[in-house]
Design a binder for this molecule. Structure first.
Ligand code: HEM
Length: 230
């Protein structure tokens, strides 16, 4: 393809033993909710998934209660709207794919739940894509509703630049530059793609410790059992 490879960055979670930066994940959720969710669904993530990761249980409940969910049928057979609960999944911006395409010049904004696993370059690609919009070089012809981004395969993308300095205001006081917003939301999308990431690395540390002890133990047991034969 003609696309440019995204530069590799060192993230808080890069490396065998490093966990996510949870303050960053919380900011990333805010960026997703306030910017990306206008066009992208994230249908495999539920509010309960935020508990203990980005939010306390009470905070996650409050987030869920901001949405309205269609439920039913009740005893009378009626469907009704109710505030969201922890067990509800994030709402999508469109009722179906047809409506999504109609609103985006025919292009479909993919569900973002597992996008970091689905795209080459992972979180580095997401960061590069979000911060990589430039004017189309001479000779590149864009259709209506297309923008030029060298990181997108082919270069012509039907998503406009979404992040600019200060499009969100962070409650923790972190300056909300476009690149900070991109970094935070890219890390958040890495987490949604691999929610078990931190547990996996913690398990690795434990497993390594156990196997070290058992290996040493085996060595001494072997020496002890064989000592009379020598
Ligand atoms: C595509 C992320 C905001 C509309 C994509 C892709 C990603 C992405 C990763 C897939 C690119 C690929 O296929 O490799 C995000 C993030 C956002 C955001 C993280 C928030 C920071 C928006 C907004 C809109 C939008 C606000 C609508 C106004 C689209 C569309 C596509 C797309 C239409 C399909 C593009 C194409 O296939 O040409 N987005 N997006 N996105 N996004 Fe977004």
């Amino acid at each position: 393809g003609t696309e440019v490879h995204p530069p590799k960055h060192v993230w808080a979670h890069t490396g065998l033993l490093n966990s996510f930066d949870h303050a960053g994940l919380r900011r990333g959720y805010q960026v997703y909710k306030q910017v990306c969710a206008a066009c992208h669904s994230m249908k495999y993530i539920a509010y309960r998934n935020l508990v203990g990761v980005t939010h306390t249980e009470a905070e996650a409940k409050a987030e869920a209660e901001e949405i309205q969910v269609r439920d039913g049928p009740d005893e009378a057979g009626n469907y009704f709207m109710r505030p969201g609960k922890l067990s509800d999944y994030f709402p999508g911006p469109y009722p179906n794919e047809e409506a999504a395409r109609a609103a985006n010049n025919g292009a479909f904004p993919p569900d973002l739940s597992y996008i970091v696993s689905a795209r080459h370059g992972g979180e580095d690609y997401i960061f590069a894509l979000l911060t990589g919009y430039v004017d189309a070089p001479a000779g590149v012809v864009l259709r209506d509703g297309q923008y030029f981004n060298p990181y997108f395969p082919g270069g012509a993308i039907s998503m406009a630049q979404a992040l600019y300095n200060e499009v969100c205001e962070y409650e923790d006081g972190t300056p909300a530059s476009a690149s900070q917003l991109a970094k935070d939301v890219a890390q958040f999308l890495k987490w949604t793609s691999e929610p078990e990431h931190d547990q996996r690395k913690r398990m690795l540390i434990k497993a390594f410790g156990m196997f070290s002890i058992l290996t040493i133990l085996c060595y001494y047991i072997k020496r002890h059992k064989w000592s009379s034969i020598k």
